[in-house]
Design a protein. Structure first.
Length: 209
C-alpha cells in the first residue's frame, strides 16, 4: 500500500471507483439504446388521412409482413402486382411459392376501390366469387411502403416496393399497426423473401422446405 494512502482514505475512495466503473459499463448500453431510438424516430410518418392516389399505388408490392391467414399461410416470396382498369377497378396478381425449391404459383383477383373512402377501402374478390374487404391504413409519402388492414383487426399486412426492409422500420410499422390501428400483432410474421431468411426468428415457416 502506498505510504500516502491510509485504510480510511482507501475506504472513502471505493464509492468513487465503483461509480466510475459503473459509468464505463453503462456507456455502451446507453449509446446502443440511443442509436436504436434514433433509428426508430427516423422512420417517416405515413399518409394516414386523405385520399390515396391510385395511380401511384399501382405496381409491385412485396409482402414484408402479415398475420398468417388461410389463403397465404406458409407462402414465401409473396408479391402483389396491382393494375388499374377504368377509374376504380383493379386487377391483382398474387405470386408466391410454397417453398423456395417449389415452382412459382399465382392467384388472380379483382378489386374495386371505394371512391367515397378516398380510395382507402377496397372490396376484393378471391377466385372471382368470394368477396373480402380491406383498407389502406397508411402509406409512405413516397409510396415506398404501406400498411393494410382488414375488418375485425385480426389480419394485417406490411407492403414494400423492395423485397428487403430495414429492421428498425419494420418494427416501427408493426408498432403502428398495434398502437394506432388496434391490430392484434401477436401473430404478425415476416415473410421470407430470400432462402437465407427461412428459420430465422420472427419469420413465417414455409409450407415446404
Amino acid at each position: 500500500m502506498p505510504s500516502n494512502l491510509t485504510p480510511r482514505s482507501l475506504m472513502r475512495s471505493i464509492p468513487l471507483i465503483l461509480s466510475a466503473l459503473l459509468s464505463i459499463i453503462a456507456l455502451p448500453a446507453a449509446t446502443a439504446m440511443a442509436q436504436d431510438q434514433s433509428a426508430t424516430k427516423a422512420a417517416p410518418e405515413g399518409i394516414a388521412e386523405g385520399p390515396i392516389d391510385l395511380q401511384r399505388f399501382m405496381g409491385t408490392w412485396y409482402v414484408i409482413g402479415r398475420v398468417p391467414n388461410i389463403i397465404e399461410r406458409g407462402h414465401v416470396a409473396s408479391v402483389n402486382t396491382y393494375t388499374l382498369h377504368d377509374e376504380d377497378k383493379v386487377a391483382i396478381r398474387y405470386q408466391y411459392r410454397e417453398g423456395f425449391g417449389e415452382p412459382e404459383e399465382e392467384i388472380n383477383l379483382r378489386a374495386r376501390a371505394d371512391e367515397d373512402s378516398g380510395n382507402r377501402r377496397w372490396r376484393t374478390w378471391f377466385y372471382r366469387v368470394v368477396p373480402t374487404r380491406s383498407r389502406i391504413l397508411e402509406v409512405a409519402p413516397d409510396y415506398s411502403w404501406a400498411l393494410i388492414g382488414y375488418p375485425g383487426r385480426e389480419m394485417a399486412w406490411i407492403f414494400a416496393r423492395q423485397p428487403d426492409m430495414d429492421t428498425a422500420l419494420y418494427r416501427e410499422l408493426a408498432h403502428r399497426l398495434r398502437s394506432r390501428y388496434d391490430v392484434n400483432t401477436d401473430k404478425l410474421k415476416r415473410v421470407p423473401q430470400h432462402p437465407e431468411q427461412v428459420d430465422k426468428l420472427g419469420f413465417e415457416v414455409p409450407n415446404k422446405k
